[in-house]
Design a protein around this ligand. Structure first.
Ligand code: CP
Length: 305
């Protein structure tokens, strides 16, 4: 059951995940209407507390909230009292005093959404915390995969790149393994967390092992901002060994679907022509983010009734 907060995919069951995807599916036609409005969250205050930059997640949470008729307030770090030294706890207490019903939290530090949630009764959704989790990204990714292929169970998903620093990879691994997908990881040893195999994935250091077992190829952004020291010799070498180019795609034994959470580094982890190709689901992922976030807010509101 989707509990009061959504902080980690780990806390959801397979049924919870499928409920959210089914709910998102039922919202899909709303986006095609002239008037995109449903009254579920009328009178509710949603605060987008984004202390780390975002284009996709922040905008789609704002759109989802507005379609559900909530009042939305956006707060960024540089324009908040955080720059004067206000703590996370006092920020949360302040937002509670101002009547926040939901706080959607993005932060560079792992664990901040949970810390903020302790000042409830407002509900908290994790919109990406450091190298922790990004649960709604994983949910929209599964939604996109299921819409495109008609299944999740038995789907062969290969995740490529910087697993160590990627909250997207972590949430996707938890979600995909829960719904019965086969997950392959391709990454250099320096970009892999210790004991990654314990999460139920197959780990490889080169593409050679996955050319015959991939339906979906999920590329990750190289997160230079989270690396304290360089973990590979050069971007050029990384692109040669782990980048997804159109030449590389020809080596697979089937037409693979290409995904990326964005923002992309063209020519590093993904070729520009691959990102723009018909097999790329990147724009579809962004579009699907709105209905999946609507579904999460809707189910959390229903749980609170
Ligand atoms: N995928 C993702 O989280 O993108 P943003 O950083 O633009 O929100």
């Amino acid at each position: 059951m989707l509990t009061k907060n959504l902080i980690r995919i780990r806390e959801l069951s397979r049924e919870d995940i499928l409920d959210i995807l089914d709910q998102a599916e039922s919202f899909h036609n709303i986006l095609d209407r002239d008037i995109k409005k449903v009254p579920t969250l009328r009178g509710k205050v949603i605060v987008n507390l984004f202390f780390e930059p975002s284009t996709r997640t922040r905008t789609s949470f704002e759109l989802a909230s507005k379609i559900l008729s909530a009042d939305v307030i956006n707060i960024s770090k540089t324009t908040s009292s955080a720059v004067k030294g206000e703590s996370y706890k006092d920020t949360a207490i302040t937002l509670k005093a101002l009547g926040a019903d939901y706080i959607i939290v993005r932060d560079t530090n792992t664990g901040v959404p949970e810390l903020i949630s302790k000042q409830g009764p407002f509900k908290v959704i994790n919109a990406g915390d450091g190298s922790g989790e990004h649960p709604t990204q994983a949910l929209l990714d599964l939604f996109t995969m299921r819409r495109k292929t008609g299944r999740l169970e038995g789907l062969n998903v290969t995740i490529v790149g910087d697993i160590s620093h990627s909250r997207v990879a972590r949430s996707n691994i938890y979600a995909l393994t829960k719904v019965g997908a086969n997950v392959n990881i391709v990454a250099p040893p320096t970009l892999l967390p210790v004991d990654i195999e314990k999460l139920g994935v197959n780990v490889y250091h080169s593409f050679d092992s996955v050319y015959d077992k991939t339906d979906v190829l999920y590329c990750l952004r190289i997160q230079l901002e989270r690396e304290k020291v360089s973990l590979f010799p050069s971007l050029k070498e990384y692109a040669t060994l782990y980048g997804v180019s159109s030449a590389r795609l020809k080596k697979f034994d089937r037409e693979v679907l290409v995904m990326h959470p964005g923002p992309i580094n063209r020519g590093v982890e993904i070729g520009g022509d691959v990102a723009d190709s018909v097999g790329s689901l990147i724009e579809e992922q962004v579009r699907n983010g709105v209905v999946v976030r609507m579904a999460v807010l809707f189910l959390m509101a229903r749980k609170g009734e």
